[in-house]
Design a protein around this ligand. Structure first.
Ligand code: ASP
Ligand code: MG
Length: 416
């Protein structure tokens, strides 16, 4: 069996869903199809969440917008007066009811409760469509399959119970194809959780691992994995074949084409992944697997914005290498902040972290107890893998470099 994953851009309108049907109906093998929320629905749900928590009356019109968006896609697929449409409408009535009924509580918990709906909506509509077109498909609820801890917004998979549930559900006895949600799971108590923004790729890799899939195909609105963001570097080229290691390094450094957590579950079972163009099905895309050609890589440029550079000096000038570093990393891990770069001196620690407002303020307050804390926000981290001197010079241009780091073939710069 294979796992196909379709991102939000691929299912942002009815044409996309019809194209998805063409792709999956041409496939002879059994499939688990993992789908993201339609288009920019996750962002819309984040705005609904914020409005709802503040009791903002505008929230209703935001809910109406997202409802109308889905209903209009569904009407194009099913026709207005159909049983499928009745079902879609009732789902949105339920969502309105949920917002009226619940009271805001913990931010991260509320986030998952509300934002997880995007994937539930998209998969219900797509699966119903595949069935009306005659495919032997079934809808599967990822909240009953990916069982997680209760670290909302960045939930960790409880491996054994998830694997058991996944293997039981996806047994292909009454279906040739299952449609399920990316990005979401639930705690053992059944509370919805999410796996981190852009987490649908990770879900696809988890299902593939647990089911020993032949491969994973991620269908995207780009031709494959490129050696730079083409909006940033117009000379960017598609990389035909890269290793798992290269893929992890690139995505962790900020290459947004797939979620960095995706690679490990695939690597652990040697399952290849292909990133392919949804629009141009002739194109080969990028293969990520063992045995990628080594040593002839062109420079790879990755940019990660929304960063904060924190510089810490212990107030008592104690050396940082032992307990200070351990304590700092423990604190960062507890807060769930992602560390992208570390550099230390005798009595100083520099870390570049994702600037997530809800979490950063909290941690700075905590750190001020023991450290003199300096920080720059709104900075960017630039990474050049397989770097040459020309390549490194190309990325900085005239920007101010706040920190630089160089290993055998990778250069990292924090710039503003
Ligand atoms: N819909 C989620 C997001 O936009 C997950 C995903 O698309 O991978 O972050
Ligand atoms: Mg996406």
């Amino acid at each position: 069996m294979r796992v196909f994953k379709f991102g939000g851009a691929s299912v942002r309108n009815a044409e996309g869903i019809i194209n998805l049907f063409d792709i999956v109906s041409e496939e002879n093998d059994r499939l688990v199809v993992v789908i993201s929320a339609f288009g920019k629905t996750t962002n819309a749900l984040e705005r609904i969440l914020a409005g709802w928590r503040q009791g903002d009356p505008e929230t209703r019109s935001l809910v109406r917008e997202v409802t109308e968006y889905h209903i209009s896609i569904a009407e194009q697929l099913f026709g207005a007066a159909t049983p499928e449409m009745e079902r879609v409408k009732s789902i949105f009535r339920e969502f309105g009811g949920l917002l009226d009924r619940k009271e805001p509580g913990d931010y991260d918990h509320d986030y998952d409760m509300i934002v997880s709906n995007g994937e539930l909506w998209s998969t219900m509509i797509v699966e119903a469509y595949l069935r009306t077109r005659g495919l032997r498909s079934e809808w599967a609820d990822a909240r009953k399959l990916l069982i997680t801890d209760d670290r909302y917004r960045d939930a960790g998979i409880l491996w054994e119970s998830s694997q058991r549930a996944v293997r039981e559900r996806f047994n292909f006895s009454s279906a040739d194809l299952y449609v399920t949600q990316g990005f979401i799971g639930a705690t053992e108590a059944g509370e919805a959780t999410t796996l981190g923004r852009e987490g649908s790729d990770y879900s696809a890799a988890l299902f593939a691992n647990m089911l020993d899939a032949r491969d994973v195909v991620v269908w995207k609105d780009v031709p494959g994995i490129m050696n730079a963001d083409p909006d940033w570097m117009p000379s960017a080229v598609t990389l035909p074949h890269i290793s798992y290691l290269e893929a992890v390094e690139m995505t962790y450094s900020g290459a947004r084409v797939i979620h960095p957590k995706t690679i490990k579950p695939l690597h652990n079972k040697g399952i290849p992944m292909r990133v392919r163009s949804f629009a141009d099905r002739e194109a080969e895309g990028t293969l990520i697997s063992e045995g990628a050609p080594q040593g002839e890589m062109c420079p790879v440029f990755v940019r990660k914005s929304g960063q904060m550079l924190l510089s810490l000096i212990p107030k008592d000038l104690s050396f940082v290498m032992g307990d200070n570093l351990a304590g700092l990393f423990h604190l960062l891990a507890q807060t769930g902040l992602k560390v992208n770069l570390v550099q230390t001196g005798a009595v100083s620690i520099n870390v570049c972290i994702d600037h997530e407002e809800h979490r950063v303020d909290e941690i700075i307050e905590e750190l001020k107890k023991e450290y003199t804390v300096l920080y720059n926000d709104g900075v960017e981290m630039l990474t050049v893998r397989h770097s040459t001197p020309e390549a490194a010079a190309l990325v900085t241009g005239s920007r101010e470099v706040l920190l630089s780091q160089k290993t055998r073939n990778t250069v990292r710069l924090v710039v503003r």
